[in-house]
Design a protein around this ligand. Structure first.
Ligand code: AMP
Length: 143
């Protein structure tokens, strides 16, 4: 099963921020949209960086409340690890586990077509496992 399959059931835009936005602007998006990370744009590449709530916590520890006035560029993580629509869900889960992060932008021929979190992948796996268990129960009962 691929990431493309997971993205197919989705509508809605991918929330993002610009590298020159302030951290406070990005925090506003993270909070109002109830999300944990934002891909960062800078006008030159598909994804210039990633800003996770964890980066905000590190910046607050390092700079105190001044962190909120810093540009996103100063606290984001770059370069970003990405996947393609053809990456399998299990591969993406393994990558997140190995690299210890919970977000992956999806790039299709240099364009960002999605942004997935570990929660999306785990939910997809659980739904599949439950569907398979249901099918198995029906099969056993009808045998
Ligand atoms: P997360 O667990 O995704 O909230 O992020 C933990 C740390 O990994 C933060 O410093 C993020 O900026 C960084 N990070 C998250 N996703 C990625 C990614 N796809 N590529 C590189 N760094 C990432």
């Amino acid at each position: 099963m691929t990431i493309a399959r997971l993205l197919a059931g989705r509508s809605g835009e991918v929330w993002s921020c610009h590298a020159e936005d302030t951290v406070a602007d990005a925090v506003e998006i993270l909070s109002t949209r109830h999300i944990g990370a934002l891909p960062v744009r800078d006008g030159t590449s598909a994804v210039a960086g990633i800003l996770s709530e964890r980066d905000v916590v590190h910046a607050l520890k390092a700079h105190g409340e001044d962190a909120l006035r810093l540009p996103v560029r100063a606290v984001m993580t770059a370069p970003v690890v990405t996947v393609s629509p053809e990456t399998s869900i299990m591969e993406a889960l393994a990558l997140m586990t190995r690299r210890r992060f919970r977000h992956l932008p999806v790039l299709d021929q240099g364009t960002m077509t999605g942004f997935i979190s570990i929660g999306d992948l785990v939910k997809y796996r659980i739904d599949r496992i439950e569907a398979e268990a249901d099918a198995m129960r029906v099969y056993i009962q009808s045998a």
